[in-house]
Design a protein around this ligand. Sequence first.
Ligand code: TRP
Length: 321
Amino acid sequence: MRILSGIQPSGKIHLGNYFSMMQRMIAYQAKDELFCFIANYHSLTSRPTKKDLEENSLDLAADFLALGLDPMRSTFWLQSDVPAITELAWLLSQQITVPQLELAHSYKDKVAQGIQPGGGLFYYPILMSADILAFGSERIPVGPDQKQHLEMCRGIARRFNKAFGETFVIPEAEIIDELGEVSGIDGRKMSKSYNNTICPFASEKDLKKSIFSIVTDSKGVQEAKDPESSVLYKIYALFLDVEKRLELADRFRTPGTGYGHLKQELLAVVLDYFGEARAKRDELIKRKDDLREQLKIGAKKANEVANTFITKARENIGLEL
Ligand code: TRP
C-alpha cells in the first residue's frame, strides 16, 4: 500500500505531533511504501520569515530522521523540491468550483477570525490534492481537521478521471481518531497555539519546566489520587504498555506518592524514551549539508514518481502535441 502524508514545518514538534502522526508514519515503513514530505509550500500561507521557514524545515527533517524515518526505505523530501506539483495544481484547479472552495474550513475559519485571506489560502485544498495525486497515493493518514480537504481531493480526482480518462488513483483518508488525542500540560488538546506543549527535543531544562507545569489537583502525598481525571496520568500513560498503565493507576490510587515525585519520574521516562533520538538529532543538526543531501535523494525519487503522473495528466488533457 502506498501511504502519503505531509507535515508543515511550523516550529518545534511536540508529543501531540509525535504520538498522533510521526510515530504512526514511521511505523508504516515496516510493511508499506511510505511517502512523507515537509509541506513548506503550504506553510507559506501563514507568511513565515525566510529565517523561520528555513530553520523550521531543516529542524523538521532532523526530527523525522532522528525518530527513525529511513530515507533509503521511504521517500522523504521537501515539498518545494518537486515544483511540478504546482503545475499539477493548476491542471486540477478546473475540477473544483469557487463555491466548493469557499466551504473549506481552513479558509472559512480564517475569514471568520477577520484575517484577510491570501490567494494561497483559498487555493490550499487544490495544492494539497496535487500533493496526493502526483504520487498515486492510496492511503492518507491525517488529523480530523484535514478530512474535508481529503474529500475535496477525491472529488477532484474523480471528476478529472471522468473528464479525461483514468489518470489518478482515488485516495482513501485515514482519519486519526480524536480519542487518541494527546493532552497538553493544561488538559486541553496539545497544540502549539495553546502554548501547552511538551517537546521531545527541547533542552533538559525546558523539558523539566514543561513537565513540572502539568496541571494537577491539590491532593497531597498521603492522599489517594484519581488517575482517570489526571492530565499527568494521561501524559505519562503515553509511554507505557497496558500492564504498566495499570501499575501506574494503582500508584495514583495508593497514598504515598506525590505529584512532584511522579513528575520527576516522568521526566526520566521521557528522556529515556527519546534518548537515542535526542542524541541522533544533535548529530544530524550539526551536519546540515548531510541533511540537505538526504532531502535531495528523496526529491529525486519523488520527482520521478510525480513526473509519470503529471505527464499522463498533460497528455490526457491535450497539452502534449
Ligand atoms: N494540510 C496538511 C496539514 O496542515 C499538510 C499537508 C499538505 C498534507 N499536503 C498534504 C497532508 C498532503 C496530507 C497529504 O496538516
